[in-house]
Ligand binder design. Structure first.
Ligand code: IPD
Length: 253
């Protein structure tokens, strides 16, 4: 089934690569700088239609949905058709399609694909995580030995001060800071040892679901600010890190 999901996501990537006149089809959503393009909707519809053929009994939760199906039921796909929509609108070329498959509320498969770099991250529970066929193993990077990525909660400006308070502490410890604009890729980049740690004070399940299993299967850690497991049904804070950086983060706060 993972192979079928990867194949579908790869084809969906073509929709993103062939996009044109993106700015003509933009609508605003709730919060500041929160947009949806006609391509977000097109990619999501394509994924629904094709993934339904692979697993007809599955429920769906997608970022661009009005309705929310049940993630606790048997199978549920949790989908972000374009994670990094603002990057996509401004041709920043760092966005991803993210698909997580939950079974009884736990993620069992994840696929995150950046069509601009043709990089596909994927994992299945108990079978490891991979980037384009190469196995991913999280190393023991400490915060002081790596780059840290932050998420700025752009749709929740009430969290700005706290975000930058924590960022200041991380910046003083880490080699440097990045803000990439795609949470799914940030988490996968921790799995690939490109980042020692990534944090954001609020994310929705479609931002983190697919990537979370890629990170844990690679040997990394992911949880909330309260060091709890991710809920997958609800928005929450997300800390993703190598095991050493993860422990360090909570001491640093
Ligand atoms: C957003 C991106 C961004 C993060 C936001 C997310 P979207 O997803 O992942 O990096 O900071 O919190 O909502 O809206 O582009 O799918």
């Amino acid at each position: 089934m993972l192979k079928k999901i990867k194949d579908i996501v790869k084809v969906a990537g073509e929709i993103i690569l062939n996009a044109h006149h993106i700015k003509d089809g933009i609508e605003s959503k709730e919060g500041r700088a929160n947009f949806v393009t006609s391509y977000d909707v097109e990619v999501q519809n394509f994924l629904y239609q094709e993934l339904k053929k692979v697993l007809p009994e599955a429920a769906f939760i997608g970022e661009e949905d009005k309705k929310r199906e049940n993630v606790i039921g048997d199978y549920c796909f949790i989908i972000d058709p374009i994670d990094g929509t603002t990057n996509f609108i401004f041709d920043y070329r760092h966005s991803a399609i993210s698909v997580g498959l939950a079974f009884h509320g736990q993620i069992i498969m994840g696929v995150v694909y950046n069509p601009f770099l043709n990089e596909m991250f994927y994992a299945e529970k108990g079978k490891g995580a991979f980037l384009n066929g190469r196995k991913l193993n999280v190393s023991g990077l400490m915060i002081s030995e790596g780059i840290v990525a932050i998420g700025t909660c752009p749709y929740h400006r009430e969290l700005t001060d706290e975000t930058f308070r924590i960022t200041r502490k991380l910046y003083d410890t880490a080699l440097d800071i990045r803000r990439t604009g795609s949470a799914a890729l940030d988490i996968c980049y921790v799995a690939a040892n490109r980042f020692a740690l990534y944090f954001e004070l609020i994310l929705s399940p479609w931002d983190y679901a697919g990537a979370s299993i890629i990170l844990t299967e690679a040997g990394g850690c992911i949880g909330t600010m309260e060091k709890k497991e991710l809920p997958y049904r609800l928005p929450c804070s997300v800390i993703a890190a190598s095991p050493r950086a993860y422990e360090e983060f909570y001491q640093l706060l």
